[in-house]
Write a protein that binds this ligand. Structure first.
Ligand SMILES: [Zn+2]
Length: 236
């Protein structure tokens, strides 16, 4: 994987590659459904100042930023669902297949807050409480990931975090990639690397931390008023 170093990003913001849409699989006009992992961890909240409401407040800005990125690829913006879902209490070793199974469960028994849950255009985004993360060894050090799986097929992402900046940066990263490449590797990539992975940077947008992304012409969008941080790009 090629990533840009700091001086390269500042002095040379055009990548060596042009992106390929591959088979052109994208999530156009996706509906975003937040899933808070482990209900017990969120109620009462993990920290007094970090609640589902705090995250949903930041989500408006994140969705705005992500929609600008999607526009570059002629992809219609995402719209968050009004309601969120929670998984049951969780104990023990957490694997990615557990996340997929939990989302499949939501799809099969959606409940009144989540009508039409089988809509293939819905993107499920799982928010982990601080400190909880999948244990799969290949995900060591990874703050988030997106993919598709299950039967019926669901498009999903998950993010883990320790600081709020990590969460918003990871969330913006995964939302951008989950819409441009929802079924890897059949969407937009630069030489197989996804459009945020090639940048590996985050900056500020309206007071929150968001991920840089590459545009179809190979240039890199560095977030406005960027305070570059190499830490926030560690998502898959
Ligand atoms: Zn990524």
């Amino acid at each position: 994987m090629q990533t840009l170093t700091d001086p390269e990003l500042i002095n040379h913001t055009t990548l060596a590659w042009k992106p390929l849409p591959n088979e052109g699989v994208v999530l156009n006009g996706a509906r975003l459904h937040l899933v808070f992992w482990d209900k017990k961890s969120w109620n009462p909240p993990v920290k007094p100042d970090i609640t589902p409401s705090t995250i949903k407040d930041a989500l408006g800005k994140i969705v705005e930023y992500v929609s600008d990125a999607l526009k570059e690829y002629n992809i219609n913006p995402i719209t968050p669902d009004e309601q969120e879902s929670y998984t049951g209490d969780w104990q023990g070793d957490l694997k990615i297949k557990d996340i997929v199974q939990a989302i499949e469960g939501l799809v099969k028994s959606p409940g009144p807050e989540l009508p039409n849950a089988t809509d293939g255009n819905r993107l499920y985004v799982v928010i982990m409480p601080p400190g909880i993360r999948p244990s799969d060894p290949k995900l060591a050090g990874v703050n988030g990931e997106h993919d598709s799986g299950g039967n019926p097929k669901v498009h999903y992402a998950w993010v883990t975090w320790s600081k709020f900046d990590d969460l918003t940066a990871s969330l913006s990263h995964e939302l951008i990639e989950a819409c441009t490449n929802p079924e890897p590797p059949h969407g937009w990539t630069f030489a197989k690397e996804e459009i945020c992975d090639v940048c590996h940077y985050a900056g500020q947008y309206k007071g929150i931390q968001v991920a840089a992304y590459a545009k179809p012409d190979g240039s890199v969008h560095v977030p406005p008023r960027a305070k570059l941080s190499a830490a926030a790009g560690d998502c898959a």
